[in-house]
Design a protein around this ligand. Structure first.
Ligand code: F3S
Length: 398
Protein backbone atom coordinates (compact mmCIF):
# COMPACT_ATOMS: atom_id res chain seq x y z
CA UNK A 1 0.00 0.00 0.00
CA UNK A 2 1.34 3.44 -0.93
CA UNK A 3 2.23 5.76 1.97
CA UNK A 4 3.13 9.43 1.54
CA UNK A 5 6.50 10.53 2.99
CA UNK A 6 4.63 11.94 6.01
CA UNK A 7 2.74 8.68 6.52
CA UNK A 8 6.04 6.77 6.20
CA UNK A 9 7.43 8.87 9.05
CA UNK A 10 4.40 8.04 11.20
CA UNK A 11 4.75 4.35 10.34
CA UNK A 12 8.48 4.28 11.07
CA UNK A 13 8.19 5.80 14.53
CA UNK A 14 9.45 9.33 13.83
CA UNK A 15 6.49 10.72 15.87
CA UNK A 16 6.78 8.19 18.67
CA UNK A 17 5.62 4.69 19.44
CA UNK A 18 1.88 5.37 19.88
CA UNK A 19 1.45 6.97 16.47
CA UNK A 20 3.60 4.19 15.04
CA UNK A 21 1.35 1.54 16.65
CA UNK A 22 -1.77 3.26 15.34
CA UNK A 23 -0.33 3.48 11.82
CA UNK A 24 0.60 -0.20 11.98
CA UNK A 25 -3.04 -1.02 12.76
CA UNK A 26 -4.26 1.12 9.85
CA UNK A 27 -1.72 -0.33 7.41
CA UNK A 28 -2.58 -3.88 8.50
CA UNK A 29 -6.28 -3.13 7.89
CA UNK A 30 -5.44 -1.64 4.51
CA UNK A 31 -3.41 -4.72 3.56
CA UNK A 32 -6.24 -7.07 4.54
CA UNK A 33 -8.75 -5.16 2.41
CA UNK A 34 -6.41 -4.32 -0.51
CA UNK A 35 -6.41 -0.56 0.06
CA UNK A 36 -3.99 1.21 -2.27
CA UNK A 37 -3.50 4.30 -0.10
CA UNK A 38 -4.65 6.24 2.99
CA UNK A 39 -7.25 9.00 2.97
CA UNK A 40 -7.57 11.93 5.42
CA UNK A 41 -10.62 11.80 7.67
CA UNK A 42 -12.69 14.67 9.05
CA UNK A 43 -14.25 12.91 12.04
CA UNK A 44 -14.13 9.79 14.17
CA UNK A 45 -16.62 7.97 16.37
CA UNK A 46 -15.08 5.45 18.72
CA UNK A 47 -16.76 2.35 20.17
CA UNK A 48 -15.34 0.07 22.84
CA UNK A 49 -16.44 2.25 25.75
CA UNK A 50 -18.67 0.17 28.01
CA UNK A 51 -16.82 -1.72 30.73
CA UNK A 52 -19.40 -4.47 30.20
CA UNK A 53 -18.13 -5.07 26.66
CA UNK A 54 -14.37 -4.33 26.91
CA UNK A 55 -13.65 -5.55 30.47
CA UNK A 56 -10.34 -5.18 32.32
CA UNK A 57 -8.14 -5.96 29.31
CA UNK A 58 -9.75 -3.10 27.34
CA UNK A 59 -9.44 -0.76 30.31
CA UNK A 60 -5.74 -1.58 30.74
CA UNK A 61 -5.07 -1.09 27.00
CA UNK A 62 -6.72 2.35 27.03
CA UNK A 63 -5.05 3.54 30.24
CA UNK A 64 -1.68 2.48 28.84
CA UNK A 65 -2.30 4.22 25.51
CA UNK A 66 -3.53 7.40 27.19
CA UNK A 67 -0.39 7.60 29.35
CA UNK A 68 1.53 8.71 26.25
CA UNK A 69 1.08 12.48 25.86
CA UNK A 70 1.33 12.01 22.08
CA UNK A 71 -1.79 9.81 22.05
CA UNK A 72 -4.18 12.62 21.09
CA UNK A 73 -6.91 12.64 18.47
CA UNK A 74 -6.38 15.14 15.68
CA UNK A 75 -9.94 15.22 14.25
CA UNK A 76 -13.25 15.83 16.07
CA UNK A 77 -13.96 12.53 17.80
CA UNK A 78 -16.88 11.36 19.92
CA UNK A 79 -17.52 8.29 22.07
CA UNK A 80 -20.09 5.52 21.89
CA UNK A 81 -22.34 4.84 24.93
CA UNK A 82 -20.74 3.77 28.20
CA UNK A 83 -22.00 1.17 30.66
CA UNK A 84 -23.66 3.63 33.06
CA UNK A 85 -25.17 7.10 33.21
CA UNK A 86 -21.97 8.90 34.15
CA UNK A 87 -23.75 11.37 36.45
CA UNK A 88 -26.80 9.52 37.79
CA UNK A 89 -25.46 5.97 38.02
CA UNK A 90 -26.23 5.67 41.73
CA UNK A 91 -29.91 6.63 41.41
CA UNK A 92 -30.33 4.09 38.62
CA UNK A 93 -28.86 1.31 40.78
CA UNK A 94 -25.54 0.71 38.98
CA UNK A 95 -22.83 -0.78 41.18
CA UNK A 96 -19.97 1.32 42.49
CA UNK A 97 -17.21 -1.11 41.47
CA UNK A 98 -18.46 -1.30 37.86
CA UNK A 99 -18.89 2.48 37.71
CA UNK A 100 -15.39 3.11 39.06
CA UNK A 101 -13.89 1.12 36.18
CA UNK A 102 -16.27 2.73 33.69
CA UNK A 103 -15.17 6.20 34.79
CA UNK A 104 -11.51 5.21 34.37
CA UNK A 105 -12.25 4.20 30.75
CA UNK A 106 -13.94 7.52 30.01
CA UNK A 107 -11.08 9.39 31.70
CA UNK A 108 -8.55 7.61 29.48
CA UNK A 109 -10.48 8.58 26.35
CA UNK A 110 -10.74 12.17 27.57
CA UNK A 111 -6.97 12.24 28.06
CA UNK A 112 -6.73 11.36 24.38
CA UNK A 113 -8.78 14.46 23.52
CA UNK A 114 -12.04 12.63 22.72
CA UNK A 115 -15.37 14.32 23.46
CA UNK A 116 -16.93 12.21 26.20
CA UNK A 117 -20.52 12.75 25.11
CA UNK A 118 -21.07 8.96 24.97
CA UNK A 119 -23.79 8.53 22.38
CA UNK A 120 -24.57 6.33 19.41
CA UNK A 121 -26.25 9.29 17.67
CA UNK A 122 -23.25 11.65 17.32
CA UNK A 123 -24.94 13.17 14.26
CA UNK A 124 -27.59 14.66 16.59
CA UNK A 125 -25.05 16.45 18.76
CA UNK A 126 -22.74 18.15 16.31
CA UNK A 127 -20.53 15.36 14.94
CA UNK A 128 -22.08 15.85 11.49
CA UNK A 129 -19.81 14.98 8.57
CA UNK A 130 -20.54 16.56 5.21
CA UNK A 131 -21.66 14.62 2.15
CA UNK A 132 -18.73 12.87 0.49
CA UNK A 133 -16.36 13.36 3.43
CA UNK A 134 -14.26 10.44 4.65
CA UNK A 135 -14.69 9.51 8.29
CA UNK A 136 -13.90 6.59 10.62
CA UNK A 137 -16.92 5.62 12.72
CA UNK A 138 -17.44 2.40 14.57
CA UNK A 139 -20.93 2.19 16.08
CA UNK A 140 -22.83 0.17 13.47
CA UNK A 141 -26.09 2.19 13.70
CA UNK A 142 -24.15 5.46 13.38
CA UNK A 143 -22.08 4.09 10.47
CA UNK A 144 -25.18 3.20 8.49
CA UNK A 145 -26.74 6.60 9.27
CA UNK A 146 -23.59 8.49 8.23
CA UNK A 147 -23.26 6.58 4.95
CA UNK A 148 -26.93 6.50 4.03
CA UNK A 149 -28.54 9.67 5.39
CA UNK A 150 -25.59 12.07 5.54
CA UNK A 151 -23.79 10.72 2.46
CA UNK A 152 -20.46 10.60 4.32
CA UNK A 153 -18.11 7.65 3.79
CA UNK A 154 -17.05 5.18 6.42
CA UNK A 155 -16.47 1.48 6.87
CA UNK A 156 -17.76 -0.34 9.94
CA UNK A 157 -14.62 0.27 11.98
CA UNK A 158 -13.75 -1.70 15.06
CA UNK A 159 -12.91 0.29 18.22
CA UNK A 160 -9.08 0.11 17.79
CA UNK A 161 -9.36 0.97 14.06
CA UNK A 162 -11.47 4.06 14.74
CA UNK A 163 -9.22 5.16 17.60
CA UNK A 164 -6.09 4.72 15.47
CA UNK A 165 -7.74 6.69 12.67
CA UNK A 166 -8.71 9.44 15.14
CA UNK A 167 -5.10 9.71 16.37
CA UNK A 168 -3.49 9.59 12.90
CA UNK A 169 -6.28 11.53 11.09
CA UNK A 170 -6.28 8.88 8.37
CA UNK A 171 -7.93 5.65 7.34
CA UNK A 172 -7.17 3.15 4.56
CA UNK A 173 -9.07 3.83 1.35
CA UNK A 174 -11.27 0.81 0.67
CA UNK A 175 -14.86 -0.39 1.03
CA UNK A 176 -17.54 2.27 1.48
CA UNK A 177 -15.01 5.06 0.83
CA UNK A 178 -15.15 4.06 -2.84
CA UNK A 179 -17.98 4.72 -5.34
CA UNK A 180 -18.09 1.13 -6.56
CA UNK A 181 -18.90 -0.18 -3.06
CA UNK A 182 -21.87 2.19 -2.80
CA UNK A 183 -23.80 0.70 -5.71
CA UNK A 184 -27.04 -1.05 -4.67
CA UNK A 185 -27.09 -4.84 -4.81
CA UNK A 186 -30.85 -5.28 -4.65
CA UNK A 187 -34.18 -3.44 -4.56
CA UNK A 188 -36.47 -3.74 -1.53
CA UNK A 189 -40.00 -2.80 -2.43
CA UNK A 190 -42.13 -2.10 0.67
CA UNK A 191 -45.64 -2.42 -0.69
CA UNK A 192 -47.50 -1.33 2.41
CA UNK A 193 -47.58 1.84 4.54
CA UNK A 194 -45.09 1.67 7.43
CA UNK A 195 -45.37 3.34 10.81
CA UNK A 196 -43.31 3.52 14.05
CA UNK A 197 -41.74 0.19 15.01
CA UNK A 198 -42.52 -1.20 11.53
CA UNK A 199 -39.27 0.37 10.29
CA UNK A 200 -37.21 -1.59 12.80
CA UNK A 201 -39.04 -4.78 11.84
CA UNK A 202 -38.36 -4.13 8.14
CA UNK A 203 -34.67 -3.46 8.87
CA UNK A 204 -34.41 -6.61 10.96
CA UNK A 205 -35.98 -8.85 8.32
CA UNK A 206 -34.02 -7.35 5.41
CA UNK A 207 -30.69 -7.36 7.29
CA UNK A 208 -31.14 -11.04 8.16
CA UNK A 209 -31.76 -11.85 4.52
CA UNK A 210 -29.04 -9.77 2.83
CA UNK A 211 -26.05 -9.72 5.22
CA UNK A 212 -23.71 -6.91 4.16
CA UNK A 213 -25.29 -6.06 0.78
CA UNK A 214 -26.46 -2.54 -0.14
CA UNK A 215 -30.27 -2.34 -0.41
CA UNK A 216 -32.23 0.27 -2.39
CA UNK A 217 -35.60 0.84 -0.69
CA UNK A 218 -38.84 1.93 -2.28
CA UNK A 219 -41.32 2.94 0.41
CA UNK A 220 -45.03 3.50 -0.14
CA UNK A 221 -45.08 6.36 2.38
CA UNK A 222 -42.23 8.74 3.15
CA UNK A 223 -40.18 7.85 6.24
CA UNK A 224 -39.00 10.52 8.72
CA UNK A 225 -35.39 10.79 9.95
CA UNK A 226 -36.23 8.94 13.20
CA UNK A 227 -37.73 6.10 11.12
CA UNK A 228 -34.53 5.91 9.08
CA UNK A 229 -32.51 5.84 12.30
CA UNK A 230 -34.48 2.74 13.44
CA UNK A 231 -34.38 1.11 10.02
CA UNK A 232 -30.60 1.47 9.73
CA UNK A 233 -29.89 0.27 13.28
CA UNK A 234 -31.90 -2.89 12.65
CA UNK A 235 -30.31 -3.50 9.22
CA UNK A 236 -26.88 -3.20 10.81
CA UNK A 237 -27.67 -5.52 13.72
CA UNK A 238 -29.41 -8.50 12.11
CA UNK A 239 -27.14 -8.18 9.07
CA UNK A 240 -23.98 -6.17 8.55
CA UNK A 241 -25.51 -3.45 6.37
CA UNK A 242 -23.43 -0.26 6.35
CA UNK A 243 -25.28 1.64 3.60
CA UNK A 244 -28.76 1.78 2.12
CA UNK A 245 -30.52 4.09 -0.29
CA UNK A 246 -34.14 5.26 -0.24
CA UNK A 247 -35.74 6.32 -3.49
CA UNK A 248 -36.35 10.07 -3.75
CA UNK A 249 -34.96 10.64 -0.27
CA UNK A 250 -31.36 9.79 0.60
CA UNK A 251 -28.51 11.91 -0.79
CA UNK A 252 -27.08 9.32 -3.18
CA UNK A 253 -30.36 7.86 -4.41
CA UNK A 254 -29.90 9.38 -7.89
CA UNK A 255 -26.49 7.76 -8.28
CA UNK A 256 -28.00 4.49 -7.00
CA UNK A 257 -31.03 4.76 -9.27
CA UNK A 258 -28.85 5.25 -12.34
CA UNK A 259 -26.99 2.04 -11.51
CA UNK A 260 -30.25 0.16 -11.01
CA UNK A 261 -31.43 1.24 -14.44
CA UNK A 262 -28.16 -0.04 -15.97
CA UNK A 263 -28.12 -3.41 -14.19
CA UNK A 264 -30.85 -5.94 -13.79
CA UNK A 265 -30.67 -6.51 -10.03
CA UNK A 266 -32.55 -8.75 -7.62
CA UNK A 267 -35.77 -7.42 -6.08
CA UNK A 268 -37.52 -8.44 -2.88
CA UNK A 269 -41.02 -7.40 -1.86
CA UNK A 270 -42.28 -6.74 1.63
CA UNK A 271 -45.97 -7.01 2.45
CA UNK A 272 -47.97 -6.13 5.55
CA UNK A 273 -48.04 -9.77 6.72
CA UNK A 274 -44.19 -9.96 6.63
CA UNK A 275 -43.96 -6.94 8.93
CA UNK A 276 -46.62 -8.32 11.30
CA UNK A 277 -44.88 -11.70 11.50
CA UNK A 278 -41.48 -10.12 12.16
CA UNK A 279 -42.90 -7.83 14.85
CA UNK A 280 -44.31 -10.90 16.62
CA UNK A 281 -41.06 -12.87 16.27
CA UNK A 282 -39.02 -10.07 17.83
CA UNK A 283 -40.76 -10.53 21.21
CA UNK A 284 -39.46 -13.36 23.38
CA UNK A 285 -42.17 -12.98 26.03
CA UNK A 286 -45.89 -12.22 26.24
CA UNK A 287 -45.56 -10.93 29.83
CA UNK A 288 -45.97 -7.25 30.65
CA UNK A 289 -42.52 -5.61 30.69
CA UNK A 290 -41.26 -4.43 34.08
CA UNK A 291 -38.89 -1.93 32.44
CA UNK A 292 -39.53 -0.06 29.20
CA UNK A 293 -36.34 1.12 27.53
CA UNK A 294 -36.71 3.59 24.69
CA UNK A 295 -33.94 5.31 22.75
CA UNK A 296 -32.11 2.69 20.70
CA UNK A 297 -30.41 4.39 18.90
CA UNK A 298 -30.35 7.26 21.43
CA UNK A 299 -33.50 9.40 21.34
CA UNK A 300 -33.67 12.62 19.41
CA UNK A 301 -35.32 15.66 20.97
CA UNK A 302 -38.53 15.21 19.00
CA UNK A 303 -38.75 11.57 20.10
CA UNK A 304 -38.40 12.72 23.74
CA UNK A 305 -41.11 15.30 23.09
CA UNK A 306 -43.47 12.63 21.67
CA UNK A 307 -42.93 10.47 24.74
CA UNK A 308 -43.47 13.40 27.12
CA UNK A 309 -46.66 14.46 25.34
CA UNK A 310 -48.03 10.92 25.62
CA UNK A 311 -47.22 10.81 29.34
CA UNK A 312 -48.97 14.03 30.34
CA UNK A 313 -51.41 13.17 33.15
CA UNK A 314 -50.33 9.49 33.32
CA UNK A 315 -48.74 7.56 36.19
CA UNK A 316 -46.60 4.66 35.05
CA UNK A 317 -46.90 1.15 36.44
CA UNK A 318 -43.76 -0.14 34.77
CA UNK A 319 -40.39 1.63 34.99
CA UNK A 320 -39.38 3.71 32.00
CA UNK A 321 -35.95 4.74 30.76
CA UNK A 322 -35.56 7.11 27.84
CA UNK A 323 -31.94 6.70 26.73
CA UNK A 324 -30.24 9.67 25.11
CA UNK A 325 -27.18 11.92 25.15
CA UNK A 326 -26.46 14.57 27.78
CA UNK A 327 -26.99 17.16 25.04
CA UNK A 328 -30.59 16.06 24.35
CA UNK A 329 -31.27 15.80 28.08
CA UNK A 330 -30.11 19.40 28.60
CA UNK A 331 -32.57 20.58 25.93
CA UNK A 332 -35.33 18.36 27.35
CA UNK A 333 -34.71 19.88 30.81
CA UNK A 334 -35.07 23.39 29.44
CA UNK A 335 -38.24 22.52 27.52
CA UNK A 336 -39.92 20.97 30.57
CA UNK A 337 -39.98 17.49 28.96
CA UNK A 338 -37.82 15.87 31.65
CA UNK A 339 -40.18 17.16 34.34
CA UNK A 340 -43.22 15.64 32.55
CA UNK A 341 -41.49 12.26 32.10
CA UNK A 342 -40.32 12.22 35.72
CA UNK A 343 -43.76 13.23 37.03
CA UNK A 344 -45.21 10.18 35.26
CA UNK A 345 -42.53 8.02 36.94
CA UNK A 346 -40.04 7.71 34.06
CA UNK A 347 -36.39 8.69 33.81
CA UNK A 348 -34.20 10.20 31.14
CA UNK A 349 -31.01 8.15 31.16
CA UNK A 350 -27.85 9.59 29.58
CA UNK A 351 -24.60 8.13 28.24
CA UNK A 352 -25.71 4.49 28.22
CA UNK A 353 -28.40 2.13 26.96
CA UNK A 354 -30.34 -1.07 27.61
CA UNK A 355 -27.75 -3.23 25.81
CA UNK A 356 -24.33 -1.94 26.90
CA UNK A 357 -25.27 -1.30 30.54
CA UNK A 358 -25.52 -4.21 33.02
CA UNK A 359 -29.35 -4.02 33.29
CA UNK A 360 -29.34 -7.75 33.95
CA UNK A 361 -27.92 -6.93 37.43
CA UNK A 362 -30.76 -4.56 38.32
CA UNK A 363 -33.50 -7.11 38.94
CA UNK A 364 -35.54 -6.65 35.75
CA UNK A 365 -36.84 -9.67 33.86
CA UNK A 366 -38.81 -8.45 30.85
CA UNK A 367 -37.74 -5.36 28.93
CA UNK A 368 -40.16 -3.52 26.64
CA UNK A 369 -38.52 -1.95 23.58
CA UNK A 370 -39.64 -0.24 20.39
CA UNK A 371 -36.25 -0.88 18.75
CA UNK A 372 -35.64 -4.01 16.68
CA UNK A 373 -31.91 -3.69 17.35
CA UNK A 374 -32.49 -3.73 21.12
CA UNK A 375 -34.95 -6.63 20.76
CA UNK A 376 -32.31 -8.52 18.80
CA UNK A 377 -29.48 -7.93 21.32
CA UNK A 378 -31.07 -7.89 24.81
CA UNK A 379 -31.73 -11.66 25.01
CA UNK A 380 -28.16 -12.54 23.99
CA UNK A 381 -26.23 -9.68 25.65
CA UNK A 382 -28.29 -9.32 28.84
CA UNK A 383 -30.00 -12.70 29.12
CA UNK A 384 -33.42 -11.04 29.58
CA UNK A 385 -36.74 -11.37 27.75
CA UNK A 386 -38.07 -8.64 25.49
CA UNK A 387 -41.41 -7.39 24.30
CA UNK A 388 -41.19 -5.47 21.02
CA UNK A 389 -43.94 -2.96 20.22
CA UNK A 390 -44.66 0.73 19.66
CA UNK A 391 -43.88 2.63 22.85
CA UNK A 392 -47.50 3.65 23.43
CA UNK A 393 -48.53 -0.01 23.57
CA UNK A 394 -45.75 -0.85 26.03
CA UNK A 395 -46.65 1.77 28.59
CA UNK A 396 -49.01 0.67 31.34
CA UNK A 397 -50.48 3.45 33.44
CA UNK A 398 -52.77 3.66 36.45
FE1 F3S B 1 -27.16 2.74 20.71
FE2 F3S B 1 -27.20 0.94 22.58
FE3 F3S B 1 -28.89 0.79 20.61
S1 F3S B 1 -25.42 1.80 21.66
S2 F3S B 1 -27.85 1.71 18.88
S3 F3S B 1 -28.81 2.42 22.15
S4 F3S B 1 -27.79 -0.91 21.48
Amino acid sequence: MYLTPEEEKMYNGYYGSTIQKCMEILVALGDIYDATEMVDISSAQVSGVSYKTIGDSGLEYLVDLASDPKAKTCVPSTLNPAGVDLDNWKDLGFKEEFTKRQLEIVKAYRKMNIMTTCTCTPYLIGNIPLKGSHIAWSESSAVVYANSILGARTNREGGPGALSAAICGKTPLYGYHLDEERIPDLIVDVETDSLGADYGAIGYMVGKKIGDKVPYFKFKNKPFPNDLKSLGAALASSGAVALYHVENLTPEFQFAQNRILEDNIEQITIEKKDITETREKLSTSSEKPDLICLGCPHSSLDEIQDIAEFLVGKKLKNELWVCTSINMKAAADRMGLTAIIEKAGGKIVCDTCMVVSPIEDLGFEVIGVDSAKAANYIPSMCGLDVVFDDFKNLIIDY
